[in-house]
Design a protein. Structure first.
Length: 256
């Protein structure tokens, strides 16, 4: 089976500090990960970036750069965000210990994106909406803000620790000869976006979403995205939902 660590992508969204990019690359390699993605990074690679990467320049050189977060996530199956700020519009927060276990399980079969926001503003609300769930690093109330590269290191360490724990459990398993079912294939963010659009159309036909209220639309679709995104839909489940939407469209419009 492919190494689950190869399916993890550390995505820095609009980082501004060259040093943070280099230090993040080093942190990723320290914990035996290799995938760094940059969304709208600074235009010029400074010497500081390579210096702080310290023997992780291979991570920097292989890191793809994207002009939008949508492009960076299009082929990912699962998206998890990190955030210090909480709020009703910020989605579901779960403890890091639980979050890394979920991430590790999904990464066995599909690509997982870990989003880290801007140094000064973090992730915006509309970016949070793409996440299955959010994790926040416990910190002092007196100084709750954690440096970007340090946050990458902490999450990478917790993920590496979760992976080591899983390996120990598998080693202790005495039923290695038992036949096990293959994990189901999950859909990508691009496929999930198409499903959201299909649901929106169906809900408008049913008038579940009010045509005159932008707030109502955002509330319904945001909650739907948080629910379905957190699950990690399989291709079979996605096809089922498309089928439900198709039946709704036929009943309402009369089209066969």
């Amino acid at each position: 089976m492919k190494n689950w660590k190869n399916n993890l992508y550390f995505v820095l969204v609009e980082p501004r500090d060259h040093g943070n990019i280099g230090a993040s690359a080093r942190a990723i390699k320290n914990m035996d990960f290799k995938n760094l993605c940059l969304v709208n990074p600074p235009p010029v690679a400074a010497d500081e970036t390579r210096w702080l990467a310290h023997n992780a320049t291979d991570i920097l050189e292989s890191a793809p750069q994207f002009s939008s977060m949508e492009d960076a996530l299009s082929d990912k199956y699962y998206v998890v965000g990190t955030s210090r700020r909480r709020g009703r519009k910020r989605g579901a927060f779960i403890p890091i210990e639980e979050g890394v276990e979920r991430i590790r399980d999904v990464a066995e079969t599909g690509k997982v994106a870990l989003l880290f926001g801007r140094e000064d503003r973090g992730l915006y609300n509309h970016e949070i909406e793409e996440c299955a769930f959010l994790m926040t690093i416990p910190a002092s109330r007196k100084q709750p803000s954690i440096n970007l590269a340090q946050a990458v290191m902490i999450i990478a360490y917790e993920l590496s620790k979760a992976g080591a724990g899983q390996q120990r459990r598998e080693k202790d398993n005495t039923e290695e000869t038992m036949l096990k079912a293959s994990p189901p294939k999950t859909i990508t963010q691009k496929e999930l976006k198409l499903l959201y659009e299909r649901w929106e159309h169906s809900l408008r036909l049913l008038e579940v979403i009010s045509p005159d209220s932008a707030y109502h639309y955002k509330k319904v679709m945001r909650n739907l995205k948080h629910c379905l995104g957190r699950v990690g839909l399989t291709d079979w489940e996605a096809n089922m939902f498309h089928g439900i939407c198709r039946q709704i469209e036929r009943k309402i419009t009369g089209n066969k």
